[in-house]
Every structure is written in C-alpha cells, then in structure tokens.
Design a protein around this ligand. Structure first.
Ligand SMILES: O=c1ccn([C@H]2C[C@H](O)[C@@H](COP(=O)(O)OP(=O)(O)OP(=O)(O)O)O2)c(=O)[nH]1
Ligand SMILES: [Mg+2]
Length: 149
C-alpha cells in the first residue's frame, strides 16, 4: 500500500534529481536537494525548484523546515518560516504539485546554491479537523495564494 512518498515532477525527469532521504535511522526529516543553481544575494530571497512532489494520506501534510546548519553557518532561513505542503497539492492541474523552497539570505554575503545541495528538510505530520465542517470541497489548483488572499 502507498502511504506517503516523493516523486519527480515531469519537467525534471531527465535532470538527475535525487529523491529525499533521511541521513540517520532516527532523523525525522527527509533532506531535500536544490534542483537548480542559484545565487541568493545578501538580504535577498530566492525561490528554488526541487523537482519533487509528495503524496500522502488525506489527513497528513508535509512540513518544510530549514536545516539548522544552513541557518547557523550560511545565514539562510525559509522565507515563510515553515512551509506547509498540502495533500491535495500533489498532482494539482496547475503545476503537478512541484514543491518550491523559498530561502532568504539574512547575512551580508551572497550565498551560492548549487544543484544537489540539501536546502531544507521535510517531515510528514498528521493534522486534526473540527466537527461539522462545511464548504471544504474546493479542488486545489496550484499554490502560493491559489485560494485567494
Ligand atoms: O514552502 C512552500 C509552501 C507551500 N508550497 C505549496 C504547497 C502548498 O500546498 C501550497 C499552498 O501553500 P500555503 O497554503 O502555505 O499557501 P497559501 O498562500 O495559503 O496558498 P493557497 O491559497 O494556494 O493555499 O503551496 C510550496 O511549494 N512550498
Ligand atoms: Mg493555503
């Protein structure tokens, strides 16, 4: 049975993308690699493609977190502090569920991101819902404000 996992999005199938892995037996996070080279100028942000999408159960989401080494040593953080990848983002008709990572360089030197560099870690979580919930039958198409402001 398929519970949860990562796949490569169509546009990146021939780009030698590595699927995320945990680096030790009890690590919570699956490390996610950059799928492209990018320079993040001091004080600026950049959105970096991963070439990945994630499938999971309907009551789960994938949390995106910074790797502490990037924060402590390279002055990088996530633009959105934490990323939430919804279960219905997977294979959505707009962008197939491509996971994007927004990084901000809060240091005073440019940081070079190279393809294959582990830029974030992803953890699967379960979430709870309230009683008698209404109007949640909308189908997701895209992310970053797809449901409005
Ligand atoms: O770091 C992130 C955060 C989100 N997403 C994608 C997956 C997620 O399912 C979707 C929507 O994210 P979120 O709900 O946090 O943003 P929103 O501003 O509420 O957008 P929407 O209206 O599309 O839900 O964008 C990413 O690829 N990377
Ligand atoms: Mg949302």
């Amino acid at each position: 049975m398929r519970n949860r996992g990562f796949e490569i999005v169509s546009d990146f199938k021939d780009k030698y993308i590595n699927l995320p892995t945990r680096k030790t037996s009890k690590s919570a996070g699956y490390d996610i690699e950059a799928a492209e080279d990018k320079i993040i100028k001091a004080g600026q942000m950049a959105v970096i493609a991963t070439g990945l999408k994630a499938y999971m159960q309907d009551d789960e989401y994938l949390g995106i977190h910074i790797r502490s080494s990037l924060a402590f040593k390279k002055n990088l953080n996530l633009v959105n502090s934490q990323g939430v990848i919804d279960a219905d983002y997977y294979n959505n008709e707009d962008n197939e569920g491509h996971i994007m990572i927004g990084l901000i360089n809060f240091g005073d030197e440019d940081v070079e991101i190279t393809k294959g560099m582990r830029i974030a870690q992803a953890i699967f979580y379960k979430f709870l819902t309230i009683d008698d919930e209404k109007n949640v039958d909308t189908i997701r198409s895209g992310g970053f404000g797809s449901t409005g402001e």
